[in-house]
Design a protein around this ligand. Structure first.
Ligand SMILES: [Zn+2]
Length: 276
């Protein structure tokens, strides 16, 4: 009887110990799972950030060295905040974007589609980012401009664009290629302009033309969203006459086209290789 009693107590003890162990194991397992999920979450965030980081480092090798702890590190040691973590409305994205916000809309090449409402890939620009590369003011940007001969064998017109990031060489390559394609000349023989230190009309934001990285082709064959916006219902109707063949020549050299924006500007090309 006494023996049985000891045996039962012993078994109960073992059961209690094993229950305790399994609870501990369970707790350990849950803790590990939480840690793993956190790690995956961190990895996901890092991955998303790094796709954009690596693009910036790749396309601006003269300027950007790395992105660490949410800071963009420039080759001269300057640090700029990469992602302020704020959720922004469309207006806030346009007015006060951080560097990561510039990737908010994905720019697509290929056939020309009517852009969806507010879909403006490339219209979001962090001004400090461009000032750092191309010049802080009109004089600094001007000192970085270089002359390009536009359509050297036919029009032979001098235009000035930034030499930073090889932009002037790229525009010259585009110009040389277009020179041998006369069916496209009516779109590009009466240039709208390149460098112009100015604010975008009705805003406090500097135009991409301020940095010498943008080029407007023939205004007479172009369309601009403000020209078609109906006052009574605020609707913008998409219009374009620029052929895809011309757009693709610019895109191949790192220039995005303003005709792919909801707030379209079909004469406008600007050097934004990080979006291509
Ligand atoms: Zn323009």
């Amino acid at each position: 009887m006494k023996k049985n009693f000891v045996l039962i107590i012993g078994l109960l003890f073992l059961f209690a110990v094993s229950c305790n162990n399994s609870t501990q194991e369970q707790n350990e397992l849950e803790k590990n799972n939480v840690e793993l999920e956190n790690k995956i979450e961190v990895l996901k965030i890092t991955d998303i950030v790094c796709a954009e980081c690596e693009k910036l480092i790749k396309v601006y090798p003269d300027f950007i060295s790395s992105i660490e702890n949410n800071y963009l590190i420039w080759k001269d040691g300057t640090k700029m905040f990469f992602d302020d973590g704020k959720k922004k409305s469309f207006e806030q994205l346009i007015d006060k974007p951080d560097i990561q916000d510039m990737f908010f809309f994905t720019y697509s090449t290929g056939i020309i589609d009517t852009p969806k409402i507010n879909f403006d890939p490339g219209r979001i620009r962090n001004e400090e980012f461009f000032k750092k590369m191309y010049g802080n003011n009109k004089t600094e940007v001007y000192n970085n401009l270089e002359t390009v001969i536009w359509l050297p064998n036919t029009l032979n017109k001098k235009i000035k664009v930034s030499k930073i990031n090889g932009i002037s060489q790229k525009i010259q390559a585009i110009s040389n290629q277009l020179d041998s394609l006369p069916h496209l000349h009516k779109y590009i023989d009466n240039m709208g302009g390149t460098f112009n230190w100015r604010k975008i009309s009705g805003t406090q934001r500097l135009s991409a033309h301020s940095f010498g990285i943008a080029i407007d082709i023939n205004v007479n064959h172009s369309n601009y969203w403000k020209w078609t916006k109906r006052k009574q219902d605020d609707i913008i109707y998409y219009k374009n006459k620029i052929p895809l063949e011309l757009i693709e020549i610019f895109e191949k050299h790192g220039f995005i086209w303003g005709g792919r924006w909801y707030h379209y500007d079909s004469m406008h090309f600007e050097y934004r290789p990080e979006l291509l």
